[in-house]
Design a protein around this ligand. Structure first.
Ligand SMILES: Cc1ncc(COP(=O)(O)O)c(C=O)c1O
Length: 372
């Protein structure tokens, strides 16, 4: 595979913002163009073929997270929609507690805060201690029904040990929800190993897909714990049999998809995932971590920078966040963006997030553009 051909990014741009919205690979753009052309020429005459692509996408998502079967995968609009299906599907009792961390992206906080009027308390565990996992596990008392964490924190790039957290939840009978948008497509993920009940992740970051199509995984044990809040023709067992007046909820996770799918998004994300799976997630991780290590060295050599990201090896992700000792992060961010370094202002500093294919020359250039 020629990465240069797969990622024909404009040479004036140094794209270090995969933790926000990723550029599409060429094959993804081709899949969408072909789909658009087919729509103009033949409409939906080939709908069965479209459904096969959608099924391939489910299979690929299942493979990417090590799920035993695509029956546990639903397609949702975004991470927030998936988290909302969980928050408003579980049967809360007054006095229940939900545990999150104090660094979560707003989607993994607001939805739980919204349950306050049901008598549900939210506990935010600080991630600043030497062992964030122990701090989280210490908070899992008898009132806790659900732990919901990001696998990688969006601001600092901190990686949590999901296996340790999942094991603690399983022993205590607590549901385990993972917002995995900052790791799937960047680092290998195994849903059985981490014993997650729910995994949610939009496709537009490390999975290199478009916005508006998200993975929603529900374990077999958790499936029936969620009541449904959206209904339609698509979420029933005998889908497509429009003349029958009786219906049953689909046995698999399609019960969370009430109507027509985002087929164009499915074509796009399916193409993006084909690239990641073809390259291999172990290779993606290895290349990404080597790019991040290269970037880290370049940042450290710059005397005026201070890393915010915890660079202990086990806590490495695709995110490096840093601040400048003399320039505010907002100002440095604007200066870099103006010079074509696409990055973000997050986690108290400037966040760089390359992907596995980002050339080292671009990483070096981005750091050279940071003033002394
Ligand atoms: C950890 C995390 N969760 C969720 C989201 C986005 O949620 P959604 O897919 O609902 O737009 C982001 C986006 O930055 C994120 O970093």
């Amino acid at each position: 595979m020629s990465l240069h051909q797969e990622f024909p990014l404009d040479s004036s741009i140094c794209y270090l913002n995969h933790a926000a919205v990723a550029p599409w690979p060429k094959r993804t753009a081709d899949a969408v163009c072909d789909f658009a052309r087919e729509n103009t020429q033949r409409g939906a005459a080939n709908y069965p073929a479209w459904m096969k692509v959608e099924q391939t996408l489910r299979n690929r998502l299942a493979e990417l997270i090590g799920a035993q079967s695509p029956r546990n995968i639903a397609l949702q609009k975004n991470t927030s929609e998936g988290l909302s299906a969980i928050a408003y599907g579980l049967n809360w009792r007054a006095g229940d507690t939900i545990v999150i961390t104090d660094q979560e992206f707003p989607s993994n906080r607001i939805v739980w805060e919204s349950l306050a009027d049901k008598g549900v308390t939210l506990c935010e565990v600080s991630l600043t201690s030497a062992s964030p996992e122990h701090a989280i596990i210490d908070a899992l008392d008898e009132s806790v029904r659900l732990l919901s964490v990001s696998s990688v924190q969006y601001g600092t790039g901190l990686v949590l040990d999901l296996d340790v957290l999942g094991e603690a939840c399983s022993q205590k009978g607590i549901l385990f929800c993972v917002d995995a948008i900052q790791s799937i497509g960047a680092l290998p993920f195994n849903v059985n190993q981490c014993q997650a009940d729910f995994v949610v992740a939009d496709g537009h970051k490390w999975m290199l897909g478009p916005e508006g199509l998200a993975l929603f995984y529900v374990s077999d044990q958790a499936m029936d714990k969620l009541s449904l809040n959206q209904y339609g023709w698509h979420m029933v067992e005998d889908r497509g049999n429009y003349n029958v007046k009786t219906w049953e909820v689909a046995q698999d996770a399609k019960r969370f998809e009430c109507g027509s799918p985002n087929m164009m998004g499915a074509y796009a994300l399916n193409a993006s995932l084909s690239l990641l799976l073809e390259y291999g997630m172990d290779n993606v991780q290895r290349e990404l971590l080597s790019k991040v290590a290269f970037l880290e060295q370049a940042l450290i050599r710059h005397n005026d920078l201070e890393l915010i990201t915890d660079t202990e090896r086990t806590r490495r992700s695709g995110i490096l966040t840093f601040r400048h000792r003399k320039i505010s992060s907002e100002s440095l961010y604007s200066q870099l963006m103006a010079q074509g370094v696409i990055c973000a202002c997050r986690g108290g500093g400037v966040r760089f997030s390359p992907h596995f294919y980002t050339p080292e020359s671009q990483l070096a250039r981005a750091v050279e553009l940071i003033p002394a």
